[in-house]
Ligand binder design. Structure first.
Ligand code: HEC
Ligand code: HEC
Length: 332
């Protein structure tokens, strides 16, 4: 009896020590700072460059879909140049993260950030404060010319004073940050200076993977040490935009590879694809930034089609992409 008590006391003691050690570890490690060289790129005041930047921000790169205020979303979808004042809230496992103010306001926007700091955030996913930015912005290999165009446009806007709260990381989020689950981006390859804009698979590959992030939503992936490791072949769909709230519409992304039986566009000709993208949003709550993509020019849409038709076909059957409120849905 005495022995049993002794063993219990020791076990509880060990468990408490481990717990205290883990808490101290997270407390001292979650707020990691990362370093990487600032890209040597400078904003320009040339109106052609600014116009290219505006096209990317409100079109294929869809910065506006996340960085305009939530109350402006509808206006933004229908093509208005709403200010990029930030404020959209993302509730994720890692915590509550709010998209920043990208207007040139000195106090609350990018007025206080250098061109290099903005370019580094886009490419390496490191914030101006050294924080790792969870994988939202896939612009590692965006060309110098396009990064410059985007920053030049951002600098040309009118400043809006709108203070954005810092992220509130969850307990799991702090653990993940402590153990280095999220890291600055380490995709292989060097960004090109510029690219020829033409309706080719090569240019389409660039748009799909490094600008419009079709690959991010249409591929099952696990984030592992800063590199997206695809569980199954990229672009074959299956990402679950479900969430716990069954009173909302929920979605699973379709397979975009040209596999005859299971690929959604495998049997679409180029005109069908162009018309579908231009027609825009069908489901009000779909997370796909249809409004932005519907205003891409035809060269870009055709390039994307030609690239998607050239990727490795993957048989991955997605039963349904849209689930009505209350409807049963496969688990995450
Ligand atoms: C899918 C949503 C999404 C898209 C698309 C997006 N962003 Fe962001 N961005 C965010 C979120 C969320 C944050 C805040 C992250 C954080 O605080 O951890 C952010 C942060 C930033 C920051 C802040 C860096 C810092 O140092 O504070 C910059 C700059 C930025 N984004 C630029 C852009 C640009 C330019 C584009 C388009 C080329 C873009 N973003 C597209 C969601 C997005
Ligand atoms: C933020 C996530 C997200 C991004 C980015 C995204 N998609 Fe989607 N996509 C979805 C979801 C969710 C659906 C299913 C709901 C719907 O049809 O709106 C979908 C549906 C589709 C469909 C089927 C439409 C139909 O009529 O059934 C096509 C085609 C498509 N996406 C192509 C693309 C291409 C091309 C890109 C890049 C230019 C892209 N998607 C980027 C989430 C995304």
């Amino acid at each position: 009896m005495k022995n049993l008590l002794g063993v219990t006391v020791v076990l509880v003691g060990v468990a408490l020590t481990v717990l205290i050690f883990l808490m101290l570890f997270v407390q001292t490690n979650w707020d990691k700072k990362y370093e990487s060289p600032y890209p040597d790129l400078r904003a320009s005041t040339d109106s052609t460059i600014i116009a290219r930047g505006k096209y990317l921000v409100y079109g294929p790169a869809h910065c506006a879909a996340c960085h305009s205020g939530a109350e402006d979303y509808e206006a933004m979808e229908s093509g208005e140049q709403v200010p990029l004042r930030g404020g959209e809230v993302f509730i994720m496992k890692i915590g509550k993260i709010v998209a920043r103010n990208l207007t040139p306001d000195e106090e609350t926007g990018i007025g206080r950030l250098s061109d290099g700091e903005i370019a580094r955030a886009m490419r390496d996913a490191i914030g101006h404060d050294g924080r790792v930015l969870p994988a939202f912005m896939p612009f590692k290999l965006m060309t110098d010319e396009d990064v410059i165009a985007v920053i030049s446009f951002l600098r040309s806007q009118k400043g809006v004073n709108n203070n954005i709260p810092d992220p509130e990381y969850s307990r799991i989020g702090k653990w993940q940050l402590s153990t280095g689950k999220y890291q600055p981006r380490k995709i292989e390859g060097e960004p090109l200076k510029s690219m020829k804009r033409e309706a080719t698979a090569v240019y389409g590959e660039y748009l799909v993977n490094s600008v419009a992030n079709c690959v991010g939503c249409h591929s099952l992936a696990t984030i592992k040490y800063g590199v997206k490791e695809f569980d199954i072949a990229p672009l074959s769909g299956g990402v679950n935009f479900g969430g716990k709230d069954i009173n909302n519409f929920r979605f699973i992304t379709p397979n975009l590879t040209p596999e005859k039986q299971t690929g959604i566009i495998a049997n679409w000709d180029e005109e069908t694809f162009v018309n579908r993208i231009k027609a825009g949003r069908v489901y009000e709550y779909s997370p796909m930034p249809w409004g932005n993509f519907s205003r891409m020019d035809e060269v870009d849409i055709r390039a994307i089609y030609r690239y998607l038709k050239s990727v490795k076909p993957v048989a991955h059957k997605i039963e349904k992409t849209v689930y009505a409120p209350g409807e049963a849905m496969p688990d995450f």
